[in-house]
Design a protein. Structure first.
Lengths: 218, 86
């Protein structure tokens, strides 16, 4: 009887046994891993490159890298984070090649120190009692509207519309749920830089969602 | 309610610190000022809550559906890798 494969979707699954099954060439172990990670890998790749077709190539290149690198995997990180490390390397070099060959760079420079919230929402610095306090404070969002498919789709689109690096940071952190360390490693940026980018990204998306929620409630 | 003193954190400044607060990197004193402000300012409490809700909602965006059958190219990739190892 064949040994039971570990369930790759179970948290803290037995990476070592899965890797062992792959090393001995068991296709079902490979397919289980593909099934588990493919969707998230495609989504992550899409944030680095220009099209879904290129993202698919990046993911395929990643699987090739995973198989050929398998003997070097030592289990110091989880299998998942090792795979996504290979993915982000492939995606970054592909994205860099694309932006070099693009007629004009789609990467805008570091944007100016923009405020998180439209300054007109606050009272002026010269206000006698409440300088810099809310003139028009945010209103609580309705939980039932927040939970709709339409809201999810709106948030997805608002993230997709962000400048590239902000989009990458918020996608990895908030959509994929990566840690700050994993995100910095994948993007090759410092923790401080990552926080600035995350702050800008979240602030912009919040502002757009705020408009959406108000429109919806009227 | 007493008017804010110059050392108080204005709402306008607080919104710039929200990510550092959620990431837990504010120095202790600044964190205390942040929390004191939130405790007495409804607008900023709502703002912080919206940011938390946004993170939660973002985490629920589904990845695209993966077809139950793996792409044939991947099976070829696996087969040729396996053949090379043999």
């Amino acid at each position: 009887m064949q040994e039971q494969l570990p369930d790759p979707s179970a948290p803290g699954s037995d990476d070592a046994r899965l890797v062992e099954a792959l090393r001995s060439g068991r296709e079902e172990a490979f397919l289980a891993l593909v099934q588990r990670h493919q969707g998230s890998m495609l989504r992550v790749a899409t944030t680095f490159v220009s099209s879904a077709a290129v993202a698919e190539e990046v993911v395929q290149e990643t699987w090739l890298g995973v198989l050929h690198g398998l003997d070097r995997f030592q289990g110091r990180s989880s299998l998942r984070s090792w795979i996504f490390g290979i993915l982000t390397n492939c995606a970054r070099s592909r994205g860099a090649r694309e932006s070099r060959s693009a007629p004009f760079s789609s990467f805008s420079g570091p944007d100016e120190d923009e405020p998180a919230v439209d300054p007109s929402r606050f009272l002026g610095a010269d206000h006698p009692r409440w300088p810099g306090h809310w003139a028009s404070p945010p209103e609580q969002w309705a939980e039932e509207k927040l939970a709709t498919k339409e809201t999810l789709e709106f948030v997805r689109q608002a993230i997709a519309d962000l400048p590239p690096v902000q989009k990458q940071v918020i996608s990895l952190r908030d959509v994929e749920g990566w840690t700050s360390a994993e995100t910095c490693e994948a993007l090759g940026i410092s923790e401080a830089n990552q926080r600035v980018l995350l702050h800008r990204a979240r602030s912009k998306v919040r502002a757009r969602v705020e408009q959406f929620m108000q429109k919806e409630s009227r | 309610m007493t008017p804010p003193t110059p050392s108080d954190l204005a709402c306008r400044e607080l919104v710039q610190l929200v990510t550092d607060y959620l990431e837990d990197v504010l120095p202790r004193a600044e964190r205390d000022r942040f929390e004191q402000h939130i405790a007495s300012c409804r607008g900023c409490a709502v703002y912080l809550r919206q940011m938390r809700e946004l993170v939660r909602v973002s985490g629920r965006i589904p990845a695209g559906a993966v077809p139950p059958e793996p792409p044939p190219e991947l099976l070829r990739v696996f087969a040729s890798w396996k053949a090379d190892r043999a």
